[in-house]
Design a binder for this molecule. Sequence first.
Ligand code: ACO
Length: 399
Amino acid sequence: LGKIKASDEDPGLCTYDPGFTNTASCKSSITYIDGDKGILEYRGYPIEQLAEQSTFLEVAYLVVYGELPTKEQYDAWVHEITYHTFVHENVKGFMQGFRYDAHPMGMLMASVGALSTFYPDARNIHDADNRHMQIVRMIAKMPTLGAWAFRHAQGKPYVYPDNELSYTENFLAMLFKMSELKFSADPRLVRALDVLLILHADHEQNCSTNAVRSVGSSQVDPYSAVAAGVGALYGPLHGGANEAVLKMLKRIGTVDNIPAFIEGVKAGNERLMGFGHRVYKNFDPRAKIIKKACDDVFEVTGVNPLLQVAQELERIALEDEYFVKRKLYPNVDFYSGLIYEALQFPPEMFTVLFAIGRAPGWLAQWNELIQDKEQKIARPKQIYTGDRTLTFVPREERW
Ligand code: ACO
């Protein structure tokens, strides 16, 4: 099509689609979304069933390898991931060099990228066993790096992985362990966090996944590609919404202030954070599951008074013409911040949790990309709007 030109100056027939709202960049068999019907499936399995019956590592295997693991495959997968949770001591030294107030997402992005220098074998991306090795390493080490970024901001010593614990409980231990005593968390809280990770495991060609694919299409190692994904997720338009929801709920404070707040939203003064989605125009299936997880968590931690504000906001918004007409429903972020807060996470850690959950999706997409014979290096066209064929003006005539 590029050869269809009206003149020599014409760049040729092409689509202009900023943000790729109507352009498919790849073929993929990982995640299916029907935004109108509120359907999300990983490898064909509905998210509701996975959240109810599966574990995060089982879902990670499914997302990466396309099928539910047999018992042998699952045991081997969990064993491998558990075995690789430790990171090189020099990675620890690297992380300790950050400023005392470094944002944990900045630390995560840098330390994931730094792993590429510790595993130069990762550049051998056309070998399937080698790719498997790096996928295992990355999924295993994300919680370690994320937890250490958190401890760093608190000025606390980093806690090494405890490989007798499950993936999610080990993560909690590295975050919150305060003594030499064996760490243990309420299983209901561990399960709630596991479910939250499952809900974030993949979401087809979102901004960070597109970043991973775009960088990965240069055939760089997966650590560099995933670091690009963490960078994309760091941005407030992508991974930062749940933090904004929590701030909004705190600002509203009590149920009595909701009507005035809603009027402000309808007048266009601000957005109801945690509502609306580019793809889901009926409901976000993840939001329903999170609401249930909220109940489970608050049963253990005691109810956060902001839950009542969130529930009342949702009730009022779902009956209000403004939101109904625009198809605005709670998204995955509306309740997740409340759960994270109940689990003692500070807001700047919310996106780190998202990144740990999304790691299997990024890696599955990268693995798929590398094996896709039709895939080319990502190199979009542009519509050039600048000057042409100017004559250079010597300095003595300009200064
Ligand atoms: N509150 C109030 N009004 C809204 C909201 C909202 N949360 N979201 C959209 N609208 C309105 C817009 O003002 C617009 O109204 P108009 O037609 O009168 O101009 C209409 O709904 C359509 O909005 P768009 O911005 O065009 O919708 P888009 O699909 O591009 O945006 C987005 C989706 C960015 C998620 C948006 O709904 C939003 O900003 N929501 C709040 C932030 C949020 O919760 N983000 C998390 C998304 S989930 C995730 O990233 C994991």
